[in-house]
Design a protein. Structure first.
Length: 342
């Protein structure tokens, strides 16, 4: 008998869907002991203190669990100790590699499989990219400033059709960005770790990371989707920003560590980079003294581009499929490679 402990808040009807997977599982869901969501699909939840009795009951659930739906936010440091029987954790995030390494889980939980939420956030992230490109091409930030100033000055925007998007990272999210870009009639150049795998139909070129600087001068839009690894850390620095054409827009939905942030600030201040649409940052929350807050050519998103009112439904779809695979002894989807960090 597998004991599935749901460690973050989800809608009750989704819990029932998990229970219906079949015999051989016991599902434990105690929303009264969990952090309450502050918005749809908030898996960290707001602050919450348990009574001694509540904490004792929660620890008993952790101790008996063999499968966790999400990481327990209240026991991140000592999770290997309080949940010694867990053999599989299904994350609600795609980018858990650095977190798992930082917590030492691979070494401290050597018999535990970690699966990511890869693919779950592809649609909302790609829609954020579409929004950013449309705002930039149609000068949306300029309109907001004009409205605040009650200024009526006509201007011209640009069409997305015919413009070139350079996408760094061609996983599930990158492929969805490709689909949306092609629907707008854009030219697509992709950069991925294994270019020999090619890309979706319609992509103009697929290059390896070593050819990144070669692709940058073509970019009307540079979109960063790749995960944070040792190889991708600060992959976009002063040299790469200088290689972009003047006025290019940069969209980062990967991780803040992909960018040299001070170099980006300088490129934005000079106007060489025409705009930045940022969902992720080197330090989160973004510090109040960051110059990015006040730059008129920057849109700051508080790491919310992936969050959707349908997120829990999509994650549970993935979890149910994986749970069925687990019970049948079949390879799980989205198993984390603790060395590659994705």
């Amino acid at each position: 008998m597998e004991t599935v402990l749901i460690a973050s808040w989800i809608e009750p009807h989704l819990v029932e869907r998990i229970r219906e997977v079949g015999e051989g599982i016991r599902v434990v869901y105690e929303p009264g002991l969990l952090r309450l969501p502050r918005y749809p699909a908030d898996h960290k939840g707001g602050p919450r203190e348990r009574s001694e009795a509540e904490e004792r009951r929660w620890r008993e659930s952790l101790a008996s669990a063999t499968i966790l739906f999400d990481f327990d936010q209240t026991h991140l440091e000592d999770l290997p100790d309080v949940a010694p029987n867990v053999r599989w954790i299904q994350a609600t995030s795609s980018g858990i590699g650095q977190f798992v390494r930082r917590m030492g889980y691979a070494a401290r939980m050597p018999d535990t499989v970690f699966t990511t939420a890869r693919g779950v956030h592809a649609r909302p992230l790609a829609e954020f990219v579409a929004m950013a490109m449309t705002i930039h091409a149609r000068r949306g930030l300029h309109m907001v400033r004009q409205q605040a100033e009650k200024s009526w000055e006509r201007f011209a925007g640009r069409d997305l059709e015919g413009q070139t998007i350079v996408i760094v990272g061609l996983g599930a999210v990158g492929e969805e960005v490709v689909r949306i870009a092609l629907a707008h009639g854009m030219r697509v150049v992709a950069v991925r770790r294994r270019p020999e795998l090619g890309g979706p139909s319609g992509v103009d070129r697929v290059l390896g990371p070593q050819a990144l600087v070669e692709a940058l001068p073509e970019a009307d839009f540079l979109v960063l989707v790749t995960p944070h690894t040792d190889e991708t850390e600060r992959m976009i620095g002063r040299t790469e920003l200088a290689a972009l054409p003047a006025g290019c827009a940069l969209v980062n939905i990967g991780r803040g560590a992909l960018l040299d942030e001070p170099a980006l600030v300088d490129a934005l201040a000079s106007g060489h980079v025409g705009g930045a649409y940022l969902d992720v940052f080197q330090e989160e929350p973004l510090p109040a003294d960051s110059p990015l807050w006040d730059m008129t050519n920057v849109l700051v998103s508080p790491h919310s581009a992936s969050t959707s009112d349908r997120e829990n439904e999509r994650i549970v779809d993935l979890f149910i499929d994986n749970l069925d695979r687990w019970l049948r002894g079949v390879e799980l989807r989205n198993v984390l490679d603790a060395q590659r960090l994705y």
